[in-house]
Write a protein that binds this ligand. Sequence first.
Ligand SMILES: *Cc1c(COP(=O)(O)O)cnc(C)c1O
Length: 373
Amino acid sequence: MATRVWDYLAEYENERADILDAVETVFQSGQLILGDSVRGFEAEFAGCHGAAHCVTVDNGTNALKLGLQALGVGPGDEVITVANTAAPTVVAIDSVGAIPKFVDVREDDYLLDTRLVAEAITPRTKALLPVHLYGQCVDMAPLMELAKEHGLVVLEDCAQSHGARHHGRIAGTFGDAAAFSFYPTKVLGAYGDGGAVITDDENVTARLRRLRYYGMEERYYVVAVPGHNARLDEVQAEILRRKLGRLDSYIAGRRAVAQRYAEGLADLTGPGGLVLPSVTEGNEHVYYLYVVRHPRRDEIIERLQSYDIWLNVSYRWPVHTMSGFAHLGYQRGSLPVTERLADEIFSLPMYPSLPRNVQDKVIAALREVVAQL
Ligand SMILES: *Cc1c(COP(=O)(O)O)cnc(C)c1O
């Protein structure tokens, strides 16, 4: 059978009864939109973060978009973020009329280089949008310091970092608000699309509830624009509720896979060799992706296909080099670390139910392929 970076069928096999019961519970409830499952999940998701509020939405992109709008970010405002992220981070910034401003990333953990943020701040800067990429957190203390000094809002992109911790504190509780995706591949994934914003701010919460509900507080009266229809579906909310109770075990499963890769591949590292993920001091990594690096990445990926192993690159094209963002005016060479990484990184299969024998197959194949380069 083909080995891919992600697959949910083994998990579904294990959890089938519970997932189908979640669906049945919603269908029997008599309330298909904004009912008990959405309310229950919001309370539980806020609760496990120690956050005051959670507002669910229909996907992670809208969590970022509505999050920005609720924080007062709009047309002409500059938002500082990175270009080595899932494109939706930047699509969300663009969709509120704001202007993404990219800073480069660190060579060791591939996360936003906080030393470069101060010089990127202009009088038009409104927000910082750190991306906790691959499952570990950006160094938040210097960012929060800068935000305070310059009166900026901070929205964390937690789409890849459910349950990650940074100096003991859980991802999503550092900034003014945090956006999550529950896209199926994510560390906490739905059986379809989903997203959420958590925050301690009551006004931001009230704005988010209006934004996702046409700009209404009550039927059928619009109190503010813009408005969207961006609600999380009850079925997805109920599935997420069930899965939230298993989040710790999903993370433990991912860490076990990561450890096996690290042990099986350790001796391929060294100058000119494979670079394994590095966990930055103070971080507890949740391994949304297991991203390795090698100067001959494309040859490795291609040769692994003859072992029926099909790997991904997250992400092959830094956002600032995409034609859709040409109007932002970035040239190749403007973000050297980001661009170098994009040419060398690739992701190994990673999900909690990844069978042991498949992990071993990936390790063995990668060892053979690298030895033959
Ligand atoms: C997945 C992802 C998103 C978008 O989430 P969707 O639910 O797919 O809209 C945004 N940012 C990052 C970093 C992501 O990984």
